[in-house]
Design a protein around this ligand. Sequence first.
Ligand SMILES: Nc1ncnc2c1ncn2[C@@H]1O[C@H](COP(=O)(O)OP(=O)(O)OP(=O)(O)O)[C@@H](O)[C@H]1O
Ligand SMILES: [Mg+2]
Length: 397
Amino acid sequence: MEETVRILFVDDEPSVLNIMERLFLFEDYEILTATSGEEGLRKFEGSPTIHIVISDYRMPEMNGVEFLEEVYKKWPDTVRMIISGYADLDAVVQAINRGHIYKFISKPWNNTEMKVTIATALERYFLRKRNRELTESLLHKNEELRQFNERLEQLVTDRTTALMQTQEQLVQSEKLAAIGILAAGIAHEIKNPLAIITMGTEYMKSVVGDNAMLQEVADRLKQAALRADTIVKGLLSYSRQNPLSFKETDITTLIDETLTFTEHELQRKNIEVIRKYADSLPRVRVDANQIKQVFVNLLMNGIDAMPAGGSFTIRVECSENGAGKKVVQIVYADTGFGILAERIGKIFDPFFTTKDIGNTGLGLSVSKGIIDKHGGTINVESRIEEGTSFFIRLPVV
Ligand SMILES: Nc1ncnc2c1ncn2[C@@H]1O[C@H](COP(=O)(O)OP(=O)(O)OP(=O)(O)O)[C@@H](O)[C@H]1O
Ligand SMILES: [Mg+2]
């Protein structure tokens, strides 16, 4: 649709306005007129886009420059021109420099020149408009491009992180599998000699009579053999690849069950248990026995970390994982001695332990394996002398 071009003439001499109207009678312009700056401004207010305004300089009240400056403030797109006689030329030229007037036309003007000037001014109007539209769309496109770039960078970062995590998990589970096979082999080899030692010590005890020293040596041998047997059993259970049997379960029931059979130990060590279970928790699909093994491991580790007593806070709440999926989060927070920063990266490694003989250092790596198989995650946070928290997240059914 072609835009109707509007031109406003402002002159206090009605006869001049008349001339203008006649001059453009056969052109395709809509001609508006006003006999003062004030009226000119009213025309601006009451009309759709005015493309060109041509004003006389000398007018009573508001002069041409003042009027056009006002127009510039409110309708900056309109091309502004001023007509003046030679007597006022200096003042007008200054005004052009100061204000934003496109051109001045000197009196008396030549009609053909006037028409050419207006045609050029119109061209300028539409060129500027087009230019501005292009600039705006360019800025807009630039912004889109910037946002797209940002999203792309974020995506690359996310994917890289995910890839690194998967890689890490892969290395960890490969390590576990290799150790599992090795452990099963060794455990089998050791089980029989251990049984022979245990039975041998029984026999020794029965034949040495009341030689107290020999009795004690036999006892110590038996104890050592039993301790070794415990480790071997731990290794075997670790390497056993039992298929999981998943069932929909209320996770707090499992937590309570494990607390029941560690209750005595907790009391003896002066450890208070604080349960904070959220209301109406969603159910999870788990292998109850395996998950209970994880909870017992965490409880035992906490007990070991609080030799002088303390408290265990067990929180269960609904949460979201990194990908925005609903999960049940279980937190075991103890007030124990904490884990040194340089060790925290190793605690999930098989055989990493800071404890005496009798602890295999398999507790957490087995736990992590179980949680992985459930499609969950296990993480740790710790502060020296303040305590350690383990966070388990299990996907919701
Ligand atoms: N709650 C905790 N507070 C302080 N240190 C901890 C805690 N849990 C684990 N650790 C540290 O992590 C190590 C590894 O734990 P993990 O359960 O795997 O093995 P462990 O307890 O040493 O042996 P096991 O579980 O086979 O008896 C522990 O030796 C201990 O140093
Ligand atoms: Mg342990």
